[in-house]
Design a protein around this ligand. Structure first.
Ligand code: CUA
Length: 198
């Protein structure tokens, strides 16, 4: 087999130069290994790694602690009443961050509430958790797309700009009922008084 001769053969590295390169890349690999090890260790120590059984064995009165809940005991959390948080008069409550709060529970191939009413033009923080297995949570027309894990609370803020109807779907295979897992968002026109020209 003859090959066309190359015009300029690549410069060949001598033995010592090769050794220097090898040593340098070994060093890079070593640094990456150490950084990865330290990172994993730090996340374990700080408790920021995904812990699927978070809540088991503690927190049995069910508060939300640092984004964690006991998935088997949501009764004492706001997840017990899925939906928009409202005051006694039924008006949406604004939280410290200046957004509304809505709680959603994913589990058993459904989202609760089945229909969520939200006002347009106001930031709403959606708090989502799961009771059984990992689910997906994707809201059409927004950039919200999260994995929902039992024991964890995903908090995502979104402003629905246009009145109408949108959906949240599960986009992570969770079992035989996965394809039916969908919830509706009814986006109401902005509250009277804060009327906007469209
Ligand atoms: Cu829940 Cu797929």
């Amino acid at each position: 087999m003859s090959r066309a001769p190359e015009s300029t053969p690549p410069a060949r590295l001598d033995h010592h130069a090769l050794e220097r390169y090898e040593t340098a890349w070994l060093g890079v690999a070593l640094v990456m290994t150490v950084l990865l090890f330290v990172g994993v260790l730090a996340s374990v120590i700080s408790g920021t790694y995904p812990l699927l059984d978070a809540g088991s064995g503690h927190a049995h009165d069910g508060p939300i602690v640092r984004g964690r809940v006991d998935p088997k005991n949501l009764a004492a959390t706001p997840f017990a009443k899925p939906g928009l948080v409202v005051d006694a008069a039924g008006q949406p409550l604004v939280n410290d961050q200046g957004t509304l709060d809505a709680y959603l529970v994913a589990g058993n191939f459904t989202f609760q509430p089945a229909v969520l009413r939200v006002p347009a033009g106001v930031p709403v923080t959606l708090h989502v958790t799961a009771t059984d297995v990992a689910h997906g949570f994707q809201v059409t027309g927004t950039n919200i797309n999260a994995e929902i894990l039992p024991g964890h609370v995903a908090s995502l803020t979104v402003t629905f700009r246009h009145p109408g109807e949108q959906h949240a779907i599960c986009n992570e295979y969770c079992g035989v009922g996965h394809h039916n897992m969908i919830t509706r968002f009814v986006v109401d026109p902005p509250a009277t008084g804060a009327k906007e020209t469209q």
